[in-house]
Design a protein around this ligand. Sequence first.
Ligand SMILES: Cc1cc2nc3c(=O)[nH]c(=O)nc-3n(C[C@H](O)[C@H](O)[C@H](O)COP(=O)(O)OP(=O)(O)OC[C@H]3O[C@@H](n4cnc5c(N)ncnc54)[C@H](O)[C@@H]3O)c2cc1C
Length: 490
Amino acid sequence: MNKRLSRRGFMASLGVAAAASAGAAQGQAETYKMTREMPVERGWDLIVAGGGPSGAAAAICAARLGAKVLLIEATGCMGGMGTNAYVSNWYSMSDGEKSVIGGLILELSETLCKEGNATPESIEMYRKGEVLSRVGFNPEALKSLFDRLCAQAGVEVRFYTRVIDVDVDRQKKNVNGVVTSNVEGYRYITAKTFVDGTGDGVLSSLCGAKAYAAGTDTPKIMPPTLCAMISDIDYDRLKKGTQQAMVEKAIADGFFSQPDRHVPGLFRSGKSTATMNAGHLFNTNALKCRSLSDAMVLGRKLVDEYARFFRKYMPGCENMQVVATGNLLGVRESRRVVGEYTLNYEDFKARRHFPDQIGIYSKAVDIHVYDLSPEEYQRYYKEFSTMDRLKKGESYGMPYGMIVPKGWTNLWVGGRCTSADLKVNGAIRDQPGCSILGQAAGTAAVQSIRTGQPACDLDTEMLVQTLRKAGANLPQNTLTKKMTRASDAV
Ligand SMILES: Cc1cc2nc3c(=O)[nH]c(=O)nc-3n(C[C@H](O)[C@H](O)[C@H](O)COP(=O)(O)OP(=O)(O)OC[C@H]3O[C@@H](n4cnc5c(N)ncnc54)[C@H](O)[C@@H]3O)c2cc1C
């Protein structure tokens, strides 16, 4: 499959930090245009960039349909935030009465429970045949489960490999190939179709697809958190519902370096383990390397501080240990690609369902505090706990157009960077939602290859039927061949 590039070398234009130069002296960013030869690899049906909940789902589900799939992942495992950032807790998987999930994410949830790799509470729910509304899990088990499912489906996975550039026809809005970088150097790889599962919309952005970068359509960026894996919690003594009072007490005691009233806290992931989600890294821009790097350093300090808080103030946590902090920063907001349809707050409030929906979900809008002011905490509390909380039996639909960058023919997005307004992005970005969107993206790519239908004009009736066969929970009665577009919105 490998050849050396026959044409005059693939032109990769890379921004390189420059020493003093005329351009830099004049205040212009200096760039270095690199022309080099690199090996060429052809023959893939689908390339998926990023192996988080969305990318892994896209790759596995497309390969199960018979596609030849290459998954490119920057780190050494799949799972994204769920493994590499220790965000090892899935919830909002039911509407309080019945399951809203299906497909791969239900399979993953059930397998983790069946194999004893989830919290005692989740395992018990599974054992009794109850609706699995939340699953806390062992992140190591999820890594291995993804390895196993990819191997079974025939996905070729390349770890420690990053998509760094693209070859696109911007007129036709068609992607020809990607450039990857890993220990072997650079490589140019072609495919028929592409899915962006990078969370940050890296592939779409390299392609030139329109996207909102965090902080450009809002004055502030929702802060990330560096999460950690915690052990040795005595859950028999840890009392639910007492944390906020203890946070207030610690603030009054002057315990914290940053008096943040919004502490998501400990989320059980096993018998005595938890994800610690505490400490907002305000003013971080996840699309800037300097900012990301500074956030990791401050994040580790905050993890230590919050571990001391829990040990001192929360009975049951006296002996808790910080096992590890995430390799990936817990980024809540970076890019939102502009799709054929942008799911918006009006849709959310109306609990709107769509004939072409590729998934349904029931998570509330969850926009964390932008700063430490009491007003921000009140705003958050009002939105998340009351105003934007769904009642029992309520859910909303996620239409197909959310995963198609506007006008693109062979490119889809899954996960956190899909097309939603800021508020709704704060609802659908959880891992179950991202997995559902990723499964649909991989399935749509296979349909596109088989039928010749471009991403931006895919038969959505056919897609919904294929997703249903794969177990997706799509309860709509009416189906349509044409996707819902912005102009159809009511
Ligand atoms: C602090 C925090 C707490 C959260 N809490 C919860 C929770 O309790 N429950 C829940 O369900 N969700 C939670 N979420 C949300 C959820 O974890 C993420 O939104 C979700 O994981 C996004 O999935 P994704 O597939 O889009 O991207 P990610 O999970 O971010 O995965 C992206 C993957 O792409 C890879 N990648 C990136 N760039 C490249 C590249 N150029 N080339 C190759 N690979 C690349 C990354 O290494 C990563 O593996 C939380 C998020 C945060 C930040």
